[in-house]
Design a binder for this molecule. Structure first.
Ligand SMILES: Nc1ncnc2c1ncn2[C@@H]1O[C@H](COP(=O)(O)OP(=O)(O)O)[C@@H](O)[C@H]1O
Ligand SMILES: [Mg+2]
Length: 369
């Protein structure tokens, strides 16, 4: 097996933009991020994507193609910027944009962003639509990232890997651990929604955690939120971002104004951190002493501080994946590059113990020009 260049595309539930990673994959489970870029969406496109769950078929069909065309163009920009020749890329994996995810019995999920445009642009094989095969096999369709965590860290010291995108998800891996993972609760979505409500959509996130740092959290509210049934459920479990949305904020905080925003953000930030700490304390295998954080949440220092403070008494060290040389936004696209590469080889790219599926499957649909 030789080392090959593989590309991954991720557009997460935050709908903040497309993250693209170019990686080197090779023998001995080698996987290294070579190049990474993030292409933010306009706030109008972000709002449209978040509203997609309410769309009728013609609009949804149009959005599917709009995103596919847009991503084809972003791949072109990426390859120009980083001077990557299309023919040097062995395969491209595109997660797509989730517009609906309901796990469970008779569950269903929908990722859009027509990948044929990426294949047409590059002439390279593209793999997309990874989640349905897992759900057809009885899985929750999520999380898929623990496959990467096991691939990279399965043989090492037990560790917890926490990704904080729109929702949060954790995976436990390491020597002697049967890899498992699940959604921990809200990721950035609640904080993002509060900021969007505050600014009428002009700003979409609490940059650097500035608002959260400026306010005092309401600990009683956080306790109340943590009593929600989702946090007591045993894994596997997964969450749709809609469970923690505008309605949640309106119900518990009323209108978000300049006056109450710091307190609201401090409380939501602490709640998000506490849901992660709770997941760790409830479910981490014995001997797990490290939590490595990736995703956009790792770029929010107030959130990292809160998680670290909550896990300190348990003797757990909290680190950003950046400390290990992995840009927090590169992990998910790197994962879909790997899943695509394995799918093209006809190799298992699936961790059924994380999703609850009946057995290992080859996830993804292959497009060849
Ligand atoms: N500098 C920053 N400060 C605070 N939060 C940030 C920063 N950069 C990104 N984020 C957060 O990360 C989110 C994007 O994270 P990402 O991992 O891309 O999520 P998803 O996978 O759902 O798209 C943004 O919506 C924002 O909440
Ligand atoms: Mg994103």
């Amino acid at each position: 097996m030789k080392t090959e260049k593989i590309m991954g595309l991720m557009s997460g539930t935050s709908a903040d933009g497309l993250s693209i990673a170019l990686c080197a994959a090779g023998p001995g489970k080698e996987l290294k991020v070579l190049k990474f870029s993030n292409y933010p969406y306009s706030s109008a496109l972000q709002a449209k994507i978040i509203a997609a769950r309410e769309m009728k078929a013609p609009e949804l069909s149009a959005l599917n193609f709009e995103l596919g065309r847009l991503w084809g163009g972003m791949v072109r920009r990426f390859c120009r910027t980083h001077r990557v020749a299309y023919k040097s890329i062995a395969v491209i994996g595109s997660h797509g944009q989730t517009v609906w995810h309901s796990p469970g019995r008779r569950g269903h999920t929908l990722q859009i962003g027509e990948a044929s445009f990426i294949a047409e642009e590059t002439g390279r094989p593209v793999v997309c639509d990874f989640r349905p095969a897992d759900m057809a096999a009885g899985g929750e369709g999520a999380p898929l990232i623990p496959f990467l965590d096991e691939y990279l860290s399965g043989g090492g010291r037990p560790a917890a890997l926490q990704n904080i995108g729109g929702v949060g998800n954790i995976a436990f891996v390491g020597k002697g651990v049967r890899t498992f993972g699940f959604d921990t609760g809200p990721g950035n979505s609640l904080m993002d929604t509060a900021v969007a409500l505050l600014t009428g959509g002009r700003r979409t996130y609490d940059r650097g955690g500035a608002l959260a740092y400026a306010g005092e959290p309401d600990a009683a509210k956080v306790e109340k939120f943590l009593a929600m049934p989702f946090f007591r459920r045993r894994p596997p479990k997964s969450l749709d971002r809609s469970e923690f949305s505008e309605a949640f904020i309106e119900k518990h905080f009323g209108r978000v104004t300049g006056a109450n925003a710091p307190g609201v953000l401090a409380t939501l930030n602490l709640f998000t951190a506490a849901s992660i700490a709770l997941a760790f304390r409830k479910f981490a295998p014995r001997g797990t002493r490290e939590l490595i954080v990736s995703g956009g949440g790792a770029l929010n220092p107030a959130l990292l501080d809160n998680i670290a403070a909550l896990l300190l008494p348990a003797g757990v060290k909290v680190r950003s994946s950046a400390e290990l040389g992995l840009h927090p936004l590169a992990k998910e696209p790197a994962c879909f590059a790997l899943l695509a590469w394995l799918a093209l080889k006809g190799a298992v790219n699936h961790c059924p113990s994380a999703t609850g599926a009946r057995g290992p499957r080859i996830l993804g649909k292959i497009i060849k020009k």
